[in-house]
Design a protein around this ligand. Sequence first.
Ligand SMILES: Nc1ncnc2c1ncn2[C@@H]1O[C@H](COP(=O)(O)OP(=O)(O)OP(=O)(O)O)[C@@H](O)[C@H]1O
Length: 320
Amino acid sequence: MAENIIELVDLTKKYGSFTAVNRLNLSVKKGEVFGLLGPNGAGKSTTILMMLGLTEPFSGSVKVCGINSTENPIEVKRRVGYLPEDVGFYPDLTGMENLKYIARLNGIPEKDVEARARELLARVGLAEQAEKKTGKYSRGMRQRLGLAEVLIKTPEVIILDEPTSGIDPTGIREFLELIVQLSKEEGITVLFSSHNLHQVQQVCDRVGLFVSGKLIAEGNIESLSQKLFSTESFVVEAGVNSSGKENNGNGLEEILKDIDGVTSVSQKDHTFYVGCSRDATADIAREIVSSGSELAFLRKKEYGLDDIYNRYFEGGEVHE
Ligand SMILES: Nc1ncnc2c1ncn2[C@@H]1O[C@H](COP(=O)(O)OP(=O)(O)OP(=O)(O)O)[C@@H](O)[C@H]1O
């Protein structure tokens, strides 16, 4: 079993009487890409600041790479790369010059500085813009350079706080691909904080849904939809033209209800809506046909993160 590289236990942060993070329990394993998904004000940035040891918790504990972030923020900083929403560079220096400066600050031996900076610029797809001043970089390019800066110290964990805001769709796609590549090829653990569920869905192995300072659910997309829609992860819509001979006097509705995994059946005009805890599409089709009815169409709806997000986050409120 992989070790936990991030471990939050009952982590709480208060600003005066306001609780921004409320008894948060979370573990992230080595090599995972974990998505912290929640609307604005959910407490994501506050949680990240506590992980980095930049703000103290009210209660509970936070460990990153086995180190208590509150007690040893400098040790944590050595191992964790943090990319904020907007990274600042010296605008009159080129990408290469900015990166070399950061390399020196991080104690890279002078003889290795140039090669390391060049290697990282290539790694993040900026080799051709290396000699351009960063004041002329696009936002996407700045975020890539930010990533190169984060990678300079060969971190075990990268924490990204809303890293794609303001980047165009192509830039976002390329940036997200880069994140996945880094995680898979170099075994880096990534914590990706975002309010954009589509981005989180694209890159994350696991997701934590965060709202009003609380983690309301966590897991991979499949287990989340099962947890949140515990009895009905699928709804199969079946259009039926004529009611057939009907086994043992049971109507089609009764026949469908008897299928393993079917939790509800309702009918409107010629369409049956069959709620299932598993994908029972094939069994539903078979039963309709063998009952002698004519199957006009069959449509399966699987609940995704979209539905979960809408159900829980609409307007930033928790919907029970
Ligand atoms: N220094 C502070 N003093 C008082 N309240 C704060 C402070 N920092 C954050 N908050 C409040 O704590 C709550 C959580 O904020 P936080 O920035 O962690 O949320 P977030 O999920 O990162 O949202 P966003 O994506 O908008 O940054 C918000 O209601 C915010 O107003």
